[in-house]
Ligand binder design. Structure first.
Ligand SMILES: NC(=O)c1ccc[n+]([C@@H]2O[C@H](COP(=O)([O-])OP(=O)(O)OC[C@H]3O[C@@H](n4cnc5c(N)ncnc54)[C@H](O)[C@@H]3O)[C@@H](O)[C@H]2O)c1
Length: 436
């Protein structure tokens, strides 16, 4: 394919997208405000860990098909893939989208196409991006074109999903939609779903809201079952045998920069109507406190209990810690005076001191699993028994497969009455140890 594409924002989404367009034959300029990102990419090293990038990037850079720069350049198409976090008062922070849009104004030419890939509140593309582009004197829909084409890729499979996922294309008018569709057709093999901009913006948000609300339902179920002394995980397993029921799995909360953030974009725009969405967010945000309370009950009476936290990323087998509920769990436990040791095989630096697995488990009274990394599925029972003060695993992700009767296994199906019995037995054993 001919033509020049300028991708603004070279993170988890922008860099793989730039690689796909360059592989499809376009000349691609990747733009980022972070000079380290620019030098890393221009040396052929992706700063984003994602399967396939390390193989693809050096060739594209060496062949001159992709290069990175701090400044946008004149191009046929611009893809905006900058962050859209929430502010402290839980409103969409659109400053990056505004800055990115502003930064391309002087590089627009007649018939340039601008695509917003960042996830945004409904109305943003039309109400915020369009007026910025029209500062040029060009009219959107006539001299330049504009569309919102949201991303729905799964970290860890981004390059594959960019090609095979169906893709929503929401132009501000028919020509913009058609132009955006023909651009993505250069590498997308999934269906291109053509629609209006606001529908595209809302559809993307609802995909994540659907999951957040369903996880909140599972987390609420855990608390209901706890109060009724019923095993919630067993309930979920059985209910899901119904051919049209798919209860989600409960957990320590919801993390990542999408599920834990995007619902607020809708709450902000329709606060009166988005009652369930808002409540789901609150339920999921309260889960770290619920988990910490369970740990407190399990270890009550044990002097200076040591907790080995296993996994702090927002989900299994990734390095990403953004909005991870594990951070809140650890902070609450530390405030409560626990001696917390943190181990995560995917993270090499964090706000918490990280130790190796052996160090985390040594002398611990509870191993608290907060991320479902594959490594934790088969925790070695002998290691747990030999290192821990109490061989107890509290698996908040229901991912550990432990069948050893000498190991105390707790999960989100374990109700308070059972936890109280476990705690009473532990205290009794501790008293016996002291007496002997
Ligand atoms: N990561 C995902 O899995 C995913 C999935 C779907 C949608 N999204 C959405 O895609 C968007 C981008 O997310 P991400 O995960 O790639 O973010 P990211 O933080 O990984 O990357 C964003 C990059 O943009 C750069 N940047 C910020 N302002 C800039 C500017 N004005 N000009 C140029 N560069 C700028 C940053 O330095 C950073 O490198 C967000 O709206 C996000 O919600 C992400």
């Amino acid at each position: 394919m001919n033509g020049k594409i300028c991708v603004i924002g070279l993170g988890y989404i922008g860099l793989p997208t730039a690689v796909m367009f360059a592989s499809a034959g376009f000349e691609v300029i990747g733009v980022d405000t972070n000079p380290n990102v620019i030098s890393s990419i221009n040396s052929g090293y992706p700063h984003v860990v994602e399967p396939g990038l390390t193989e693809a990037l050096p060739h594209l850079v060496a062949e001159g098909k992709l290069r990175a720069s701090l400044k946008p350049e004149e191009a046929d198409a611009f893809i905006i893939a900058v962050p859209t976090p929430v502010t402290a008062d839980l409103k969409a922070d659109l400053s990056y989208v505004r800055e990115a849009s502003q930064s391309i104004v002087s590089s627009l030419k007649l018939h340039s196409l601008v695509i917003v890939e960042s996830t945004v509140p409904p109305g943003t593309t039309d109400d915020i991006v369009r007026p910025i582009l029209e500062q040029t004197g060009f009219t959107v829909g006539r001299q330049v074109f504009l569309a919102h084409c949201p991303e729905r890729v799964l970290p860890g499979k981004i390059l594959r999903e960019l090609v095979y996922n169906n893709r929503i294309i929401g132009g501000v008018d028919d020509i913009s939609t058609q132009r955006a569709a023909s651009l993505y057709r250069s590498f997308v093999q999934g269906d291109l779903l053509l629609t209006q901009t606001k529908v595209a913006e809302m559809a993307k948000l609802m995909e994540n809201i659907f999951r957040d609300v369903n996880i909140a339902l599972a987390n609420e179920l855990v608390q209901i079952c706890d109060s009724l002394a019923i095993d919630a995980l067993e309930v979920i397993k059985l209910a899901n045998c119904h051919p049209r029921v798919n209860l989600h799995q409960p957990g320590p909360g919801v993390g990542g920069h999408c599920l834990a953030v995007d619902p607020y974009f809708v709450v902000e725009r329709a606060p009166e109507q988005a009652k369930l969405i808002s409540l789901a967010r609150q339920t999921n945000r309260e889960m770290p406190q619920y988990i910490a309370d369970r740990v407190l009950k399990l270890t009550a009476g044990i002097d200076k209990a040591k907790i080995a936290v296993l996994g702090i990323t927002y989900k299994g087998n990734v390095t990403d810690m953004r909005e991870s509920p594990a951070i809140d769990v650890i902070e609450i436990l530390e405030q409560k005076g626990f001696n917390v040791k943190v181990y995560d095989p995917y993270v090499d630096h964090s706000a918490f001191e990280l130790v190796n697995r052996r160090e985390a488990l040594s002398g611990a009274h509870c191993a608290l699993v907060l991320a479902d990394h594959s490594e934790f599925k088969n925790l070695d029972p002998q290691l747990l028994k030999s290192l821990m003060s109490v061989p107890m695993v509290f698996d908040t992700k229901n991912c550990v497969d432990l069948k050893d009767p000498q190991i105390i296994s707790v999960n989100l199906g374990t109700t308070t009455d059972v936890i109280s019995r476990i705690n009473a037995a532990l205290r009794e054993a501790a008293a016996g140890d002291e007496a002997s």
